[in-house]
Ligand binder design. Structure first.
Ligand SMILES: C[S@@+](CC[C@H](N)C(=O)[O-])C[C@H]1O[C@@H](n2cnc3c(N)ncnc32)[C@H](O)[C@@H]1O
Length: 369
């Protein structure tokens, strides 16, 4: 690749050409990410993990999809080094080592779930352009299938390890849940975490609040289907949350940074806890300082999600738009300001993008918002 750029003493041509090659890689990788999302949504990746090396005709037939499109998708997967193509037999194969991080049954977590966010960014680009031009925000409803994607995301980082790994982060918590306590999940989305806890701890009572009526309808239907009578869900805008000393445990999973006023919400959550009550919070684990995030896992993806979704939905609620990468330092300072004490911070191997805080409500002081 050559560049038609006038040579100047300060212009490093090698560096420019290396960077142009890097841009090419970025474009290629972005395209592969969108196609991974399609592979996840169509079930092609899961199917290929089960099939022996197969022709595009067989793969399409097993998937009940149009062969011409499947073949084109397989070409992306082949040039992207996701699947292996045998030109002599015209067969494609997804190696088990690749299936481990790209399928629903994958042993390393299903990273194809996150590819859906990349596809979503393209889907809402016109609206994002309007945000740049006007400074306006967005509503959750502006993001098609967001709650479904989020539920798939948190099924991996929250629900699967919840009872064995996450609840024991707070000493004695599983025992208290077994004995029977009142629990709130703030910003519960489709409510999977709460449903899992309600199933495991029948003596405890569980409440889930979320702004999204579609998410709450989904959660309510799931509770009804499972026959659980110790869990309830309600549409609630937490901006005005005003319950006092009602819960022994409050949880929020990735549901604070995109609120209108995260600091105010944390104060309200603290107020809603009984004395000695616990707050378990998962949120994005990057630093508040951009320069410290250069090597943070999937930092560019997280900042991009912030630009397209988390920042505009906060602004859309009348907030400042703190952003996805508000930083663990900001979160920790806000927890203390809200009245939480004994704040401990945890990094967990299964969830490298997030940080987990366990906090206790401090001695009573008037922190009414
Ligand atoms: C990133 S999602 C996480 C959902 C869920 N906790 C999970 O892990 O799947 C953030 C959630 O916060 C909810 N939320 C945002 N602002 C809210 C508000 N003001 N009141 C109640 N819920 C809100 C959204 O509707 C969304 O479901």
């Amino acid at each position: 690749m050559s560049l038609a750029v006038a040579e100047t003493p300060s212009f490093d041509t090698d560096r420019a050409e290396a960077f142009a090659a890097r841009v090419g890689e970025i474009l290629d990788t972005g395209a592969i990410a969108v196609m991974l999302s399609l592979g996840h949504r169509t079930g092609l990746l899961d199917l290929m993990a089960q099939l022996p090396p197969s022709t595009s005709e067989r793969i399409a037939k097993e998937a009940a999809l149009a062969e011409r499109y499947v073949r084109e998708w397989l070409a992306v997967m082949t040039t992207g080094r996701v699947v292996i193509y045998d030109p002599a037999r015209r067969t494609y194969r997804l190696p088990p080592e690749h299936a481990a991080s790209l399928t629903r049954a994958g042993t390393l977590g299903n990273l194809a779930v996150y590819a859906q966010y990349v596809a979503l960014m393209g889907q809402v680009q016109e609206r994002t352009l309007a945000c740049f031009e006007t400074g306006e925000g967005r509503r959750y409803e502006d993001f098609p299938d967001f709650h479904q994607m989020m539920a798939e995301d948190s099924a991996q980082t929250v629900v699967a390890p919840l009872c064995e790994t996450l609840l024991p982060l707070a000493e004695g918590l599983p025992k208290r849940l077994g004995a029977g306590i009142a629990v709130l999940d703030a910003g519960c989305g489709r409510g999977q975490a709460l449903l899992a806890m309600a199933r495991r701890y029948p003596r405890s009572r569980f409440t889930g609040y979320d702004l999204g009526d579609d998410a709450i309808a989904h959660a309510t239907a799931a509770a009804r289907d499972t026959g659980l009578d110790n869990v309830r869900f309600a549409v609630r805008d937490l901006t005005h949350f005003d319950e006092v000393e009602r819960y022994d445990l409050i949880t929020s999973f990735d549901a604070v940074h995109d609120q209108r006023d995260p600091q105010d919400l944390l104060r309200r959550l603290c107020r809603a806890l009984r004395p000695g009550g616990l707050y378990l919070m998962q949120d994005i684990g990057g630093s508040a300082h951009l320069e410290k995030n250069l090597d943070f896992p999937m930092a560019s993806l997280l900042y991009a999600i912030s630009c397209v979704h988390c920042t505009p939905v906060s602004i859309g609620q009348g907030g400042a738009g703190l952003g996805t990468m508000w930083g663990w330092e900001t979160a920790e300072a806000m927890l203390a300001e809200a009245g939480f004490v004994e704040v401990t911070r945890h990094r967990l191997a299964h969830d490298p993008m997030n940080v987990w805080f366990v906090s206790r409500k401090g001695p009573s002081r008037d922190r009414a918002a």
